[in-house]
Design a protein around this ligand. Structure first.
Ligand SMILES: [Fe+2]
Length: 190
């Protein structure tokens, strides 16, 4: 018989980006009061996309996003552009609740300070049908019934994901801060 698979969710990542210079700037900014979003504890910055200090990082994100664009718009000239960017500091036991990013088409995170215990990012299976399938499959561990997939968040890793995918960040179980910069991107056509 024939078989075709449809409706997959692309997650992109690139490792070993040099992010050393950004921690100090974020710690400076964190002296200001933060805002409340998906964070349970921790600090969430105001928008930082126009902070010139982050321009080199934005350039790297843009370069990688241009590759992602080709998957989504193979026949249209344009690009994804950052329309919001923020930083989050999770201290011990802080985490981020399940959410998605209605303000973007593609979203992403880049890890500025982290270690293996400071919290993974977990993406929910956006196909609601999996909730029905789990009753039909005794050992619900095949590709079609996975509830979620998690990614480690090592320092210097940049991840892109479709903004509609719900995700959460597990609690920071280390004594060190976990610092991330996250962003939303929208389409801009030529
Ligand atoms: Fe998020």
């Amino acid at each position: 018989m024939n078989k075709e698979d449809w409706f997959s969710v692309p997650i992109y990542y690139r490792d070993n980006i040099d992010v050393d210079i950004y921690e100090k700037r974020i710690l400076e900014l964190s002296k200001e009061e933060g805002i409340k979003k998906s964070n349970a504890g921790g600090w969430h910055s105001k928008d930082i996309k126009d902070d010139v200090f982050f321009k080199p990082l934005i350039d790297i994100i843009q370069e990688e996003a241009n590759q992602v664009w080709l998957d989504f718009n193979p026949n249209k000239k344009g690009r994804f552009v950052i329309n919001s960017m923020w930083s989050i500091i999770n201290k011990k036991d802080n985490y981020n609740m399940l959410h998605n990013h209605p303000g973007g088409v593609i979203s992403g995170s880049i890890y500025i300070k982290s270690n293996k215990d400071s919290g993974k990012i977990q993406f929910d299976n956006p196909l609601g049908i999996y909730k029905m399938l789990e009753y039909a499959v005794t050992e619900s561990d095949c590709f079609y019934t996975w509830r979620e997939i998690s990614y480690d968040t090592p320092k210097g890793r940049l991840i892109f994901f479709p903004s509609y995918v719900k995700h959460h960040v597990t609690p920071n179980k280390s004594d060190e801060d976990r610092i991330v910069i996250a962003f939303n991107m929208m389409s801009e056509f030529d």
